[in-house]
Design a protein around this ligand. Structure first.
Ligand SMILES: C[S@@+](CC[C@H](N)C(=O)[O-])C[C@H]1O[C@@H](n2cnc3c(N)ncnc32)[C@H](O)[C@@H]1O
Ligand code: SF4
Length: 285
């Protein structure tokens, strides 16, 4: 489970969010995904998304989906990327992991409402609790007419316990490669699935994704390494300065996680031809 909900700090204000977004845009970033916590809980989300689009940043959202059905009409005009809806399993498993009965049904209703307005991708994280249901969730995505993005869980609070690798994980990685080749709507590259299957080497380039906490601090080198803690203010130092001044060499050969959000861009920037063809031209090789 992610630890972000345990943060004691208050949410950022609208003015802070806008200032962060300006910094992000001025640093040369072209896209942003609002993740949270749960972004749909913010009453000023529409203003934040509208500001993001006005910069313009390519704007996406990651949500648990429980409020999506009621809020999609107000947010849809400002999403030109993807709404990612997390499903951690089939109904019983999802509700048990999320700790709230009815979450799965609400998320599925949200997906059905949202896909009429925006691109929707189901976000599923492989964990011990749901590993036997991954194939069924991929089939569900196909039935619902959405795409699905699959990642492997890591232990946020203990870097050395990252990315559980079991025989089952390797097996499901192979199965996902087969399903993708058969045309199931899996958005991950074959390269990423091979990393998951431990059949492909990769070198992490964690600067490809910048994480910013609600106070405007950069999370460096990545959000796996330090339990999402950071103290380097983007307002005092500027994103470009902080990122270029960081001693990346000390984590040069790190492979502590297999999180797709780091693996996929790292493959592309390592000039992995297949990953490049996948992300640039949607070619499954
Ligand atoms: C941190 S949540 C925040 C956004 C939103 N509240 C939600 O539930 O999707 C974003 C994603 O992180 C994933 N996640 C949660 N715990 C994780 C872990 N230990 N390792 C990797 N991903 C995890 C969730 O499955 C979810 O899809
Ligand atoms: S592999 Fe990359 S993203 Fe993962 S923990 Fe190491 S530096 Fe961070």
């Amino acid at each position: 489970m992610c630890p972000f909900w345990k943060r004691v700090s208050p949410d950022s204000t609208l003015a802070q969010e806008k200032a962060i977004l300006k910094q992000v845009y001025n640093s040369g970033a072209c896209g942003i995904a609002f993740e949270g916590g749960e972004p749909l809980l913010r009453n000023d989300l529409v203003e934040i998304l509208a500001f993001s689009r006005s910069l313009p940043l390519h704007t996406s959202l990651i949500t648990n989906g429980t409020l999506l059905e009621s809020k999609i009409y107000e947010i849809a005009p400002y999403i030109n990327g993807v709404v990612y809806v997390s499903l951690d399993g089939l109904e019983e498993t999802h509700d048990a992991i999320r700790g709230i009965g009815g979450s799965f049904r609400k998320a599925v209703r949200g997906i059905i409402a949202a896909k009429e307005k925006v691109a929707v991708t189901i976000n599923t994280t492989i964990m011990a609790e749901n590993i036997d249901e991954i194939e069924s969730i991929v089939r569900l995505a196909q039935e619902l007419g959405t795409k699905i993005s699959i990642a492997i869980a890591h232990e946020y609070c203990n870097i050395n316990a990252s990315s559980p690798v079991t025989g089952k994980t390797l097996k499901i990685a192979h199965r996902l490669i087969e399903m993708k080749r058969k045309g199931y709507p899996i958005v991950n590259s074959i390269g990423y699935l091979k990393v998951m299957a431990q059949e492909k080497n990769w070198q992490c380039k964690p600067w490809t994704m910048v994480n910013i906490d609600p106070k405007g601090n950069l999370v460096l080198p990545c959000y796996v390494h330090n339990d999402y803690a950071s103290s380097v203010s983007i307002f005092e130092n500027g994103i470009k300065n902080v990122v270029s001044g960081f001693e990346w060499k000390k984590i040069e050969n790190c492979q502590k996680c297999n999180l797709h959000c780091y693996v996929e861009p790292s493959l592309v920037l390592s000039r992995d031809f297949r990953a490049y063809m996948h992300w640039a031209f949607r070619v499954n090789i």
